[in-house]
Structure formats: structure tokens, C-alpha cells
Design a binder for this molecule. Structure first.
Ligand code: GCW
Length: 697
């Protein structure tokens, strides 16, 4: 295999220079299997660039070979002496199953760096860990450390269509151009970019990709049957980097593709159709990952049409996939999107729990309930979805959105890892209880580890993600899915060190400092100038970019803020509201219920309060809105100036500098528009002037 190299496409976090430390050394790769070939090819490629060498492991001489880096399977009969020592120590310290299917141990002693893994996938991840460490992987002694992913599947879901959809475009909620898989209604002829993508994903730990949109339109439905060849080709391109391919399927496929009169999950002919179809998929792609399903949601077909439950629907597909080791990711994003805004008893936030909590224990082992991290829809601030704490006997996947649908659409800088990290560290059962990361990692009492999933932000844009700094979100998702407790600031450091530092001339410290200043708090900056205190939305309907405070207020979508002349917010209490707070276990059911205990940042998610309500910091709600909106826009102006100062210093490539600058200009324009619309709106509603007398229109 040749290492995928692209012209005119940004190298993201794998520029050739990131391999300098490895490529200038003597490296022994001692392993068999297809992924081991990838490791070898990577090392050979790097050494070709930087003058290192890759001696062949000749088994009876392996022990004597003089090398700087050993990448070996721990099962190999003969290892160099230091690697033998590391193997022995790892065994003593971590036991026989030290690494599992994807982990590795890393050590450096006597000047030799050693990576050992039980399976080739572990070696691949170990190699990329050495890339991350760069020079610091070599030379000085490093005790044996073990790295194992916390989650079974670290998955990216593409919302790509084959065709360009009249409203949504080719990539639904995509802000980085067209699909990297399809063009002009067909699979792209050259999949080098897909291979390069797989390589980037492996380098941050991702091991699964769903290739098509969960809203499965007519052409895309056929990927399951007569267009399966497209999926085969994508799987072939991603396989060398340890990535399995999954497919979004349409629940009504037996009707649309199979010509059956029904898609009833309990109908024998329907079950038979799925069984046969799935058998064919696995005969063609033996390592196929499984199905992803959005059913009875936003117009997609599902089991409700037949009076069946979501467990019936998911289990039918799970049964079809089970003989081949496949899984079904069944989305919990089910709610009534045709609600009457006048109906105050329906609360969209409640929907997923109401639908799925009663089904706990009824899902097959290979059916995984995929839950958006918040109860609404990827807003800049939401509480945790109570579903995550409500199904102890069901396998869960938590879904994040790397694509910045509601967080600036890759025109705004918004580093999302701090938000995800907060979610993963949240303790649904209170202090001393398990975290979300624990729930995902350990799985239900009965099953194995769960999954972390995110919606992709990648397209055919030369910078992959439209906004070059949005690459950090994809990288950070992978790293958090591997190790959920990692500090997002440390992840950003890694990303900067890989993406920019190796090729920067000048003072990399300055670059690092500037990027941290621009990105570390960009999420809360975005929150400051958009919808306040957890209330959400206030975006333009349809495309969801830019402010429109009442845009969704009288729509059927269930996303309201209820602002009037006296106050704002959604009463979700048990005492007087929709009762949503009761979906949480204690202590949160009480904390959120209580007006005094509810955290400020979620106040308007749970309560309707007067504008004069005093927050914990002593400010009133309306003054808080003014202050944060002025401050948010100011912060964006500062961010923009910081970036301008980096121009022309050789710290970042001129094209990249120009692209980020153009986006920052737009971010500032948009942030000011948000500030002015939101402030004007609340000033006009409340009549309360700004305590600091600033200009409100
Ligand atoms: O956030 C909403 C988006 C839809 C999306 C849906 C979902 C794929 O606006 O575009 O559809 O969520 O998650 O299914």
C-alpha cells in the first residue's frame, strides 16, 4: 500500500514533518497481518523522507538488531532484548490481556523506544502515539505505560448524500463543501482522499465510519442493495487504517427495495428480507460494521406505522446482523416535529426518555441505542439527556455533533471539546456516582463497552472542514472517544503541535499561545453572544445560521423560549411545568427543579423567570443578557486581532491564514448581529435599560 498523499489538500494533523522523529531513525516493525502492513508502510514512507531505515526482522537475528524504535506484536517469538524486558514488565504489571484488541504499551529504555501490542490495530495506534510524541518519544527513559481505548466504537457519522438534495445540499448540515465519497451522483473515481481521511481518523483513534446520511433518500437507500459496490470501495479505502464501515438504512427498505407490501418488523417476509439482504452485505464486506437507523423521526419511516415499538424495529435488524457479528445503532432522536405551539403540555425535551426508557431491557445485545448528548438538539448549552441515565440494561452510544450546525457552521471559531468533556465528566447520579464516560465505557451491567459517535464536519474543501480551525474538533472528538478524561486544552496542544508546529518557522510558542487564546474558550464565547442561559435556538429557521429570536417561536418544531414582557424561559418543572425535571435521577431532579439551585447556565432551559430574576452572580437575567452579548462580540473582535498579528511571520501558511481571516471577519459581523438583535429584542420586551448605558438599538 502506498501512503495516501494529496496535492492541494491540507495535510491537517499529519503533515510529513510530523513523522520526522520516526523517519530519521532505525525502526523495527515485527508483526504480521494487514494492519501491520500499514504500520510498516508508514514507517518505510517516513524513513524514505527523513533518512531512517527499516531493517527486516530476520527471526533468528531480531534480538541483535540495533534499532531506535521497535513496533512489535507481543506474541512474536523473538523480540529484541529491551522489547523482551518491556514485554515481561507489562505482563507483570497489567496481566496477560494487557492491550486488548486495540491497545498498546509504550516504553523507552536503554535508548530504545518500544511499542508492543496484542493485535496489529494496537500497533497502528501505538505508531500514531509515537508520531504525537515526536522527539520526546526517544532518548530519555520512559516507564511502561499502557494505552487502551475507553470505548469499543469511536465512530464518525457522515450525513452525506449521493445526490445533491434540493434543500439540504449534498452533505446535510455540512459546511465544508461536497461529499468526499460521492460526486455527480456517483462514487468518486479516485478515493485517495478517502484513504487519507482514514489515516487522519486512525491518527486520532476513530475506528468506525457511517458513510451516508441518517435521512436516507431514494438513491442512498440503494447502497444496501444494488449500489453496495460504493460501500465496498469505501470500506476498501478505509480498512488499511482499521476503520469499519457502517451504513444508514431506511426502515422502509423492504417496501422500496424489496417490493414487499409492508415493513412491519414482526412480519416474517420482512424479517426474511432483512436477513437475506444482510447476508449479502456480509458476503461482500465481511468486516462490515452494521446499520444506523433514524426511524419515526422527522419524517423517516419506522415501526410506529405498524403499531410496533422501537425495540421491535431495532431487534429485527439486530437479528439480521447478529450471525455476522454486526450491530445496529438505533437513534433515540424521536419526537413530534409537528407539534402545535399552542399546546403547552407537549415538551420536545421529554420525548426521547418517554419513548425509550420503558423499553429498557428489551433490546438485543447487538442493538445500541444512540442518544444525542442533550435532550433537544445539539444546542450550544443543554443539560445532559436523561436517557443516558435511564436504561441501565441497554447498550448506549452517546452522539456529539462535530459539524457546527448550531455552533457557528464552521464560519465561527468554536472549539467544542470543552463542552464534550463537560458532558463526559458529568455525574448523572451526583457526586461519587459514575460519570457519563463511565456509562459509555462500561456499558450496561450485562453488556460490553459502549460507543461514542459524532456527526462529521468534513467535506471536499481543501482544508477538510471549511474553517481550518474546525479540524481541531474532529481531532479532539477522536481523542476524547479514546480517553474521555483527557483535558481538552492538552488535546488542543497536541493538535497544534502536529498541525502547525512541525512546519512553522519562527516562534512556535507564540503560535501556540495565540491559538489557545483564540480557541480555549471559544465555546463559551459563542454562547455569550447567542441564545442565553440554556434557552437554545433563536436561529434562523431552516439553515440555522445567524440570529432570529422568534424564528422558531410559533413553528411546529417544539423549540420555544416563551419570552413576553415579563420574563423568558421554559418551565420544565414538575411543580408547574412540563415535568421534564422528573426524568433525572436525584440529585439532578431536585437541583433542576429548584429555582435557587438550578445552575445559571441552564436556568432558562428549566424555568420561566422574570427579567429581574437575580442570578447566582448577583446580576439580573436581563442585565446578564446585555453583558454577555456585549462581551461575547468584544471577545470575537479580540480573537480576530490576535489572528491578524500572526500574518506574514511564517507561522502558518498564507492560504490558511487568509481562510481563517475571512472566516473571522464573518464571525465578527455575525456576532455583532447576534448581539444587537438579542439585546434589542429583550430591551423592547422588557423595557429595562442597560445598567451601563451602552447602545441598544
Ligand atoms: O439537528 C437536526 C438537523 C437535521 C438532522 C437531525 C438528526 C440528519 O437539523 O438536519 O437530520 O437533527 O439528527 O437526525
Amino acid at each position: 500500500m502506498t501512503i495516501p498523499e494529496l496535492i492541494d489538500v491540507h495535510a491537517a494533523w499529519l503533515p510529513p514533518e510530523a513523522f520526522r522523529a520516526i523517519g530519521s531513525r532505525r525502526v523495527l516493525v515485527h508483526a504480521d497481518g494487514p494492519l501491520a502492513e500499514t504500520v510498516r508502510d508508514e514507517v518505510v514512507h517516513a524513513c524514505g523522507l527523513y533518512g531512517g531505515s527499516v531493517p527486516h526482522p530476520v527471526s533468528d537475528q531480531v534480538g541483535d538488531q540495533q534499532v531506535d524504535l521497535v513496533l512489535a506484536l507481543s506474541s512474536m517469538a523473538a523480540l529484541p532484548a529491551v522489547a523482551e524486558e518491556v514485554r515481561g514488565e507489562a505482563l507483570r504489571e497489567f496481566g496477560p490481556d494487557a492491550c486488548g484488541a486495540e491497545g498498546f504499551v509504550l516504553a523507552c529504555r536503554d535508548g530504545v523506544t518500544v511499542v508492543l501490542a496484542d493485535e496489529p490495530a494496537g500497533l497502528l495506534y501505538g505508531l500514531f502515539q509515537v508520531v504525537r510524541l515526536g522527539e520526546s518519544a526517544f532518548g530519555s527513559a520512559r516507564p511502561v505505560e499502557r494505552h487502551r481505548p475507553a470505548t469499543r466504537r469511536r465512530m464518525i457519522d457522515h450525513w452525506d448524500n449521493i445526490d445533491v438534495h434540493p434543500v439540504m445540499g449534498q452533505v446535510e448540515r455540512g459546511y465544508a463543501g461536497g461529499s468526499i465519497f460521492w460526486q455527480n451522483g456517483a462514487l468518486r473515481g479516485d478515493l485517495t482522499r478517502v484513504r487519507a481521511y482514514g489515516r487522519l481518523l486512525a491518527a486520532c483513534g476513530v475506528n468506525a465510519v457511517a458513510v451516508n446520511n441518517v435521512n436516507v433518500h431514494a438513491a442512498e437507500a440503494r447502497l444496501l442493495t444494488d449500489r453496495l459496490g460504493d460501500v465496498v470501495a469505501i470500506a476498501d479505502a478505509l480498512r488499511p487504517y482499521g476503520i469499519r464501515v457502517h451504513l444508514s438504512v431506511n426502515f422502509a427498505s423492504p417496501i422500496a427495495l424489496g417490493g414487499l407490501p409492508t415493513a412491519d418488523p414482526l412480519d416474517e417476509s420482512v424479517r426474511e428480507w432483512w436477513a437475506r439482504t444482510t447476508e449479502r452485505v456480509y458476503a461482500t464486506i465481511p468486516d462490515f460494521g452494521g446499520y444506523l437507523v433514524k426511524a419515526d423521526s422527522e419524517g423517516q419511516p419506522g415501526p410506529f406505522a405498524y403499531g410496533r415499538s422501537h425495540a421491535d424495529g431495532a431487534n429485527m435488524l439486530a437479528d439480521a446482523a447478529a450471525p455476522f457479528g454486526g450491530v445496529v445503532h438505533w437513534r433515540a432522536f424521536v419526537y413530534n416535529h409537528r407539534q402545535d405551539w399552542r399546546d403547552r403540555s407537549t415538551d420536545r425535551a421529554r420525548a426521547a426518555f418517554d419513548h425509550f426508557a420503558p423499553l429498557d431491557g428489551r433490546f438485543r445485545d447487538n442493538a445500541i441505542l444512540q442518544v444525542k448528548h442533550g435532550p433537544m438538539d445539539f444546542q450550544v448549552r443543554e443539560p445532559l439527556s436523561p436517557v443516558i441515565a435511564a436504561l441501565p440494561a441497554t447498550r448506549l452510544a452517546v452522539e456529539f455533533q462535530v459539524t457546527q450546525e448550531y455552533t457557528g457552521q464552521q464560519r465561527h471559531v468554536c472549539y467544542l471539546a470543552p463542552m464534550w468533556s463537560e458532558t463526559l465528566g458529568f455525574r448523572p447520579w451526583g457526586d461519587g456516582g459514575r460519570t457519563v464516560a463511565d456509562v459509555v465505557a462500561d456499558g450496561p451491567a450485562a453488556g460490553g463497552a459502549g460507543d461514542l459517535v459524532a456527526v462529521s464536519n468534513v467535506g471536499d474543501d481543501p482544508f477538510w472542514t471549511g474553517h481550518p480551525l474546525a479540524q481541531a474538533n474532529l481531532y479532539a472528538f477522536g481523542r476524547l472517544a479514546w480517553a474521555p478524561r483527557t483535558d481538552p486544552v492538552a488535546i488542543l496542544d497536541e493538535w497544534i503541535d502536529l498541525t502547525f508546529v512541525p512546519s512553522a518557522t519562527g516562534d512556535p510558542e507564540r503560535l501556540r499561545r495565540t491559538l489557545h487564546e483564540m480557541m480555549d474558550e471559544s465555546w463559551t464565547t459563542y454562547e455569550r453572544y447567542t441564545a442565553p442561559l440554556g434557552v437554545g435556538f433563536m436561529v434562523r429557521p431552516g439553515h440555522h445560521y445567524g440570529p432570529d429570536v422568534d424564528g422558531y417561536e410559533y413553528t411546529p418544531w417544539g423549540t420555544y423560549h416563551f419570552a413576553d414582557r415579563d420574563g423568558v424561559g421554559v418551565d420544565r418543572t414538575r411543580a408547574s411545568g412540563t415535568g421534564f425535571t422528573g426524568q433525572y435521577p436525584p440529585p439532578w431532579s431536585d437541583v433542576y427543579e429548584s429555582l435557587t439551585e438550578c445552575p445559571d447556565e441552564l436556568l432558562l432551559f428549566f424555568h420561566h423567570v422574570p427579567y429581574g430574576h437575580v442570578l447566582h452572580d448577583g446580576s439580573t437575567v436581563v442585565q446578564h443578557i446585555y453583558d454577555t452579548h456585549f462581551e461575547g462580540a468584544e471577545r470575537v473582535a479580540e480573537t480576530r486581532l490576535r489572528w491578524e498579528k500572526l500574518a506574514g511571520d511564517g507561522l502558518v501558511a498564507p492560504e490558511l491564514h487568509a481562510r481563517v481571516k475571512e472566516r473571522l471577519d464573518e464571525q465578527l459581523r455575525s456576532a455583532e448581529e447576534w448581539r444587537d438583535q438579542v439585546n434589542a429584542y429583550f430591551f423592547r420586551k422588557s423595557g429595562v435599560p442597560d445598567a451601563h448605558g451602552r447602545r441598544i438599538h
